[in-house]
Design a protein around this ligand. Sequence first.
Ligand code: DGY
Length: 323
Amino acid sequence: MAKPKVIITRRWPEAAEARARKLFDVVLNEDDHPMTVAELQEALKTADAVCPTVSDAITAEVLSAEPLKCKILGNYGVGFNHIDLGAAKSRNLVVTNTPEVLTDCTADIAMILMLMVARRAGEGERHVRHKEWTGWRPTHMIGTKVTGKTLGLVGMGRIARAMAHKAHHGFDMKIIFTDPYPPPDDVVKSLDAEPRDTIEEVLKEADFVSLHCPGGKETYHLLNEERIGLMKPGAFLINSARGDVIDPQALIKALNNGTIKGAGLDVYEGEPNVQEEFLTMENVVLLPHLGSASMETRVAMGMRAIDNVQAFFEGKEPGDRVV
Ligand code: DGY
């Protein structure tokens, strides 16, 4: 039997590409350029499966490709707000994602952002590299202590729980959270975590607020001017979820006015474009969407996407089916 034709939209680590090549008739985007609408449509018209990723906008327009050959979108990534699921469903496409394998690394990045912004690590790094450091002194670059503070989690899914574990057991932090679908009681208990009914309560109480909700219409600009205004003046906002959960102009204003003390961002509305104002602010740590970017995790994500596509073509239910 002929191998299914699979188009992978962006390059994967070698080990994952090698396994994909063994199982499927793979077409790679050799030079790893962001594919255009026309290229994505061509992929949907010519392949049995397409493996897109978070930087591909799989819109209703893209999914209107005719005649459609593709049967499954084996997404490389846990988030799927870049895929119009309604349109995919109406085209009878199966959509899968890659949960679990990136939980720890993404939680690590949230911890890195929290520690860096609180302890002024980005600023300190620039200081040394720019040869501005004149030596140790008791008043130099004083930051904010993290250990023992209150961490407020907006969304309490896998990544938030992993961050809570590291923050509570490693940094003795008190954990509060809000989530319409809270975790089971034993999980909450193991973290000594305390639920709050509303995001507003979390914002008012936390020293560090970390966002872990999905992107999309329901959470668009959830952190707007009014909500950011509820945070403590000495508090920090961390975002490793999706950029558009924060209204960037509201955050810029809050950081400039001292409404909050700082922010750590791994994701941005309209990325890879980053709002100009952030670039010159010392109280913001900016990372280029590195949440899952460890070799172990990026290989595991590829393997997970392959598992899903392989299961589908073997007539089995893919493990991580979204629709
Ligand atoms: C995802 O998987 O959705 C992340 O944003 C990238 O790893």
